[in-house]
Design a protein around this ligand. Structure first.
Ligand code: NAD
Length: 424
């Protein structure tokens, strides 16, 4: 189950504007004509629903939910469903567009979508969450579909919710349709390798970038912000390749060890302590914000949006940032980071390992077959490495950052496909 403590609402930038500012730069470089620009800048479909749900005390509460399909140009749209008190349509629109670019960068045949329900699942019983999931799915039954729009987990939702979603959709169709949702429990058609997939992709793209920067993994140090699904797996896999993880953090604070943190030990500690690093004593406790400014070679922000801003970007010492989270760098920090010569592997590339293995889950469901973990990892590693190389070559060709290069790769693919498919 993925839960993120939300950032104070006042600190949140408008994620749609943040996404559009990068999109606009890439569109300009590509010379994208205004017709295609207008198609790609707006979502193709968006639905807001109000869901009455009976709570355990018998009262009926109404929850607002959204599903935004940004694009189905490359194939059925794909994107998670977020259960969080801060969900709003702007955020869902930005995340849906990000999914379009992410799928295009790694070259999987999906468009982009995102969903969200404004709720606080931490304050709801399992029964209340189940009824909300079922109400949301029932309201989206004409949008979802294995060939139309395929939801997945996001903040506040996990395999349990995906099982209910799959079941509710299947009931409406009168048959089991497990390919309608990814991120399911293994017994319901989930894929081996899915849990660690995003962290693994972060590791693959970090190593690829380190190679370009002539950084030797066994001599490099790293700080990881966020110790959840993405951060903990990325930290573990990087440490297994010899990178010294000097700092980790979660909502409870940050922890530093000059000699490197034993990541397996930290994961075990977290598992035994209600999923928090609070009180972790095998490393020195440091101020949470200080993690971003520690003296390390590689920084992996893997917690939340807008962690790196104009206010703290100038204090970053790392030479490489690998964005495990979605949107961890606010657009207004881009120029400071660029001026400091820091290389950023952008979110739409670095954390695409998750959607890649979700795609494999869908492929396996449609084949009615199960792949081994080894096969899943080998194929996703290859896709991530090829995507990194594609983006890297574009950045050299256009003399732009990896972020703008990733947008160029993605926008060009979607725009070319749109032209080939034609319109009314
Ligand atoms: P998670 O809930 O498992 O972990 C989030 C971690 O961040 C937790 O350890 C939490 O304590 C920590 N955190 C929250 N606020 C913090 C703060 N202020 N300082 C330090 N740590 C803080 O979530 P996750 O699945 O690992 O997702 C993390 C990010 O990665 C999100 O932006 C998510 O959208 C993105 N992402 C996740 C996946 C995936 O497959 N899980 C895929 C792509 C992108």
């Amino acid at each position: 189950m993925t839960y993120i403590e939300p950032a104070p609402i006042t600190d949140r930038k408008n994620p749609f504007e943040s996404m559009m500012s990068r999109f606009n730069i890439a569109a300009d470089i590509l010379g994208l004509d205004s017709e295609v620009y207008n198609v790609l800048k707006t979502p193709s479909k968006q639905l807001t629903v109000h869901l009455p749900v009976t709570m355990d005390d018998g009262t009926i509460k109404v929850f607002e939910g959204h599903r935004v399909v940004h694009s189905s140009i490359l194939g059925p749209s794909k994107g998670g469903v977020r259960f969080d008190p801060h969900v709003n349509i702007d955020e869902v629109k930005a995340l849906a567009a990000w999914m379009t670019w992410k799928c295009a960068v790694v070259d999987i045949p999906y468009g982009g979508a995102k969903g969200g329900v404004c709720c606080n699942p931490r304050e709801m019983s399992a029964g209340e969450v189940e009824r909300l999931v079922r109400a949301y799915t029932a309201a989206m039954v004409d949008i979802f579909g294995p060939d139309r729009d395929i939801p997945a987990p996001d903040m506040g939702t996990g395999p349990r919710e995906m099982a209910w979603m799959m079941d509710q959709y299947s009931r409406a169709q009168g048959m089991t349709v497990n390919a309608v949702v990814t991120g399911k429990p293994l017994v319901l058609g989930g894929s081996l390798g899915r849990v660690a997939a995003t962290g693994r992709g972060v590791m693959v793209s970090a190593l690829a970038a380190m190679e370009k920067l002539k950084m030797v993994p066994t001599k490099a140090s790293c700080a990881v912000q966020g110790f959840g699904n993405v951060g903990a797996n990325a930290a573990l896999l990087l440490s297994e390749r010899g990178v010294k993880i000097k700092a980790i953090s979660d909502i409870s604070g940050a922890y530093w060890n000059e000699d490197g943190i034993d990541i397996l030990d930290a994961i075990k500690y977290k598992e035994l302590n209600d999923h928090t690093l609070d009180g972790y004593s095998n490393a020195q406790s440091i101020d949470n914000d200080a993690l971003l400014e520690t003296d390390v070679d590689v920084l992996v922000p893997a917690a939340m949006e807008d962690a790196i801003t104009m206010e703290n970007a100038h204090k970053i010492k790392a030479k490489l940032i690998v964005e495990g989270a979605n949107g961890p760098t606010a657009a207004d920090a881009d120029s400071t980071i660029h001026d400091k010569g820091i290389v950023v592997v952008p979110d739409i590339l670095a954390n695409a390992g998750g959607v890649t293995v979700s795609y494999f889950e869908w492929v396996q469901n449609r084949l009615g077959y199960k792949w081994t973990a080894e096969r899943v990892q080998r194929r996703s590693d290859r896709i991530m490495k090829e995507a990194f190389d594609r983006v890297y070559h574009k950045s050299v060709e256009h003399k732009v950052s990896l972020r703008i290069a990733a947008y160029i790769v993605a926008i060009k693919k979607v725009a070319d496909t749109f032209r080939l498919r034609g319109s009314f």
